[in-house]
Ligand binder design. Structure first.
Ligand code: CTP
Length: 399
């Protein structure tokens, strides 16, 4: 959620200033670009060197750096930031921010910032409870700032009460949740199927296919990046998910994938079925390994249930259902037949005749066909970019 986000961290002078070091480390670990402004009091509690080493950027404390002769442009800094966090925020700095007092670099950056501002207060319990502080807090909230409430616990004074700065992990979690709320698919539930299915012949053999699962995994990652709560039902695949928010359900056979899909389908807003499900399975599964005694061997196969058709029959108004069509001939006509028969909102056609596309490859070349049979052709591109194209179509449908 914080990858490539420009985060400006303001650090005030408090016994909690040491927590800004772990906050910086966690922000960097989450992939953010971090710049830090400290008040001169903060430098009495933690050194700029510690924070510049962790943030990989020069830490700023004054308008003007006498050593380099550089003017630290507060307006530029304020505009650079996607998010401004002040942690710890002292009673003094909160009072300055609430009243527009601009007597240090941090306050000037605050007044210039156009991005969301998160304040994590830290102070003694009576300072926090004081009507003056509470008045400032209310005024900061009404000015659009976000207050990360201090926690209850033992304070530096030896007293116990509200005033401890929120832990860095909580700050990161809270900001990530707030960012997620603003994403276009926030609050939407999505279901994705991916990979092959294996249909057992005996304990050691199965009928399978060459699907790697790459397309479905890329779609799941993209839906989650857009804010959806994603469940990925995956056939056997060596792939790993990057996004830890995605719920992954591992299945082996078409029957298991059907059961998992049907039980997760109610309440989903978006379902994209990209798995290469086996169309047939052995009628009987031998409990023992089949021996090569006879010169020929016949295997009776029976049809598996079509998961997409099953979900298409259960689909309610407002649910978006998307399928794939893998074709070798009469591609568009066959894809349109599947779109109609399976009650889809659109179908993603990929052709085996496109070199470098579809199965096992990192790239794919697709055509999206919608309910009006309108066709949109896309270039051969990496599967994560194909996933972006598919999700853009979903966003269009939701408009
Ligand atoms: N599909 C499914 N369950 C199955 C078979 C297919 O959910 N038992 C889904 C796939 O995930 C895909 C779509 O149906 O989204 C189309 O799959 P495809 O293999 O192209 O077509 P089939 O419907 O299996 O038809 P055919 O193999 O005859 O082309």
């Amino acid at each position: 959620m914080l990858t490539n986000k420009n985060i400006l961290l303001g650090v005030c002078g408090s016994i909690a200033s040491y927590k800004s070091a772990s906050l910086t480390r966690l922000l960097i670990k989450a992939g953010a670009n971090v710049k830090i402004v400290m008040t001169s009091d903060a430098c009495n509690f933690i050194t700029p060197l510690t924070l510049s080493t962790l943030s990989k950027n020069l830490v700023l404390t004054e308008y003007f750096d006498p050593k380099t002769g550089n003017w630290n442009n507060h307006v530029e800094l304020g505009l650079w930031a996607d998010i401004f966090i002040i942690a710890p925020a002292t009673a003094n700095t909160l009072a300055k921010f609430a009243n527009g007092i601009c007597d240090n670099l941090l306050a000037a950056v605050y007044l210039s910032a156009k991005c969301p501002v998160y304040l994590a207060p830290a102070m003694d319990l009576d300072m926090w409870k004081h009507p003056a502080t509470q008045k400032n807090i209310n005024s900061l909230i009404s000015n659009g700032n976000f207050i990360i409430n201090p926690a209850y616990g033992e304070l530096a004074s030896g007293l116990t009460g509200d005033g401890r700065m929120a832990e860095p992990e909580e700050i990161i979690e809270l900001i990530s949740q707030e960012l997620k709320k603003k994403l276009p698919l926030a609050g939407k539930k999505a279901l994705v199927t991916a990979g092959p299915t294996y249909e057992a012949i005996d304990p050691v053999r199965f009928i399978g296919n060459h699907s790697s699962g790459k397309m479905g995994y890329a779609i799941a990652e993209e839906l989650s990046a857009l804010g959806a709560n994603v469940t990925l039902i995956s056939g056997p695949s060596a792939l790993k998910l990057v996004d830890k928010n995605i719920i992954r359900i591992d299945v082996t056979s078409a029957k298991e994938m059907l059961e998992a899909s049907v039980s997760n389908f109610p309440g989903t807003d978006i379902s994209i079925l990209s798995a290469a499900v086996a169309d047939y399975r052995p009628k009987e599964v031998s409990t023992l390994k089949i021996k090569k005694d006879s010169p020929a061997f016949e295997l009776e196969l029976v049809k598996t249930s079509d998961i997409l058709t099953t979900l298409g029959q259960k689909k309610k108004a407002g649910q978006i259902l998307v399928g794939f069509a893998l074709e070798t001939d009469n591609e568009v006509a066959n894809a349109i037949k599947k779109l109609e028969k399976k009650n889809l909102d659109f179908i993603v056609l990929n052709s085996l005749s496109d070199e470098g596309g579809a199965f096992k490859n990192d790239n794919n070349k697709i055509t999206i066909i919608d309910r009006d049979h309108h066709k949109e052709n896309f270039d051969l591109k990496p599967k994560n970019e194909v996933a972006i194209d598919i999700c853009k179509k979903i966003l269009d449908l939701l408009k």
